[in-house]
Design a protein around this ligand. Structure first.
Ligand code: G1P
Length: 292
């Protein structure tokens, strides 16, 4: 099996960001722990990765993020109490959410130098194998989990993958943007990439949605990556360099994406995920109708 087709076992989740767009809620609570319905945002993203077959979760954390580590650990007192009260269903649901023993790793990004730097902080834990990268702010709501679609494409062709989705032209400057060979295809070769292009210069309206499959050669490039857009070490800039040596494919995500780091995105995610739920969906729908 070629190196670029090795099985993907590990996922990196950068969770060091300060969450300044969500103050004061994020003063003491990490933004990744804010809940969409009754699950922390980061749990939704771990759910997506597990559904795609990921076995090991590498969290790149920072100061004040310890509660994320606690969330993905057993909580003995709580579990014992649920058990003694015969709350079997609740206990089973709680345990089912947990990655198994030895399936999580935590490392720290000591300074907020950018996404590229955060990913580079995971290099020793990832080692010399391809990996998935999921940006927890971005919730992907579709029929199949976004990363699963990407894993399927990867299993066929190997190489590197980036999930993309169209955004309105007036928003392209807020994202990484890719140009593709065939904008209508579900999976297409990437021809160009640019991080946060100035208004009016984007090569397309396809934005990078925060799901990636990357080959380990990215780490060597990140190690010497100079600062880019916003004065930060940008992952996109190293991916552009890797694209000269390895194939990159875009996978168009078929669904809605909610940026839970923005207030509207967070609120919309709560409404949409709640409407999906059998236990509260119908009642919420009726209440929303009444309200509007
Ligand atoms: C990062 C990536 C960008 C991508 C975005 C998705 O930017 O650098 O390419 O489009 O995530 O959320 P950030 O949101 O960290 O500025």
């Amino acid at each position: 099996m070629s190196a670029q087709k090795k099985r993907i076992r590990k996922a990196v989740l950068p969770v060091a960001g300060l969450g300044t767009r969500f103050l004061p809620a994020t003063k003491a609570v990490p933004k990744e722990m804010l809940t969409v319905v009754d699950r922390p945002v980061v749990q939704h993203v771990v759910d997506e990765a597990r559904a795609a077959g990921i076995e090991h979760f590498i969290f790149v954390t920072g100061r004040n993020k310890g509660v994320i580590e606690d969330h993905f650990d057993n909580q003995f007192e709580l579990e014992a109490t649920l058990s003694s009260r015969n709350k079997t269903k609740e206990l089973e649901a709680l345990l089912a959410d947990l990655p198994g023993a030895g399936q999580t790793s935590f490392t720290r990004q000591q300074a907020p130098l950018g996404l590229g730097h955060a990913v580079w902080c995971a290099r020793d834990i990832v080692g010399d194998e391809p990996f998935a990268l999921l940006l927890p702010d971005m919730l992907h709501h579709g029929k199949t989990p976004c990363l699963k679609d990407m894993m399927d494409a990867y299993a066929e062709r190997g190489g590197n993958y980036i999930a993309v989705s169209p955004v309105p032209e007036d928003q392209t400057h807020q994202y990484g943007i890719v140009g593709v060979e065939d904008a209508k295809a579900k999976v297409s070769g990437i021809t160009q990439m640019i991080e946060k292009p100035p208004k009016g210069t984007a090569p397309s309206n396809l934005h990078i949605t925060g799901r990636y499959i990357l080959q380990p050669e990215i780490f060597g490039l990140l190690a010497t990556q100079e600062r880019g857009a916003g004065g930060e070490i940008q992952l996109t800039d190293s991916m552009i360099k890797l694209m000269a040596a390895q194939p990159f494919h875009a996978v168009t995500f078929d669904g809605e994406i909610y940026d839970t780091g923005s207030k509207i995105g967070f609120l919309m995610a709560n409404v949409v995920y709640a409407l999906d739920r059998e236990d509260i969906g119908p009642q919420l729908k009726a209440e929303l109708k009444r309200l509007l």
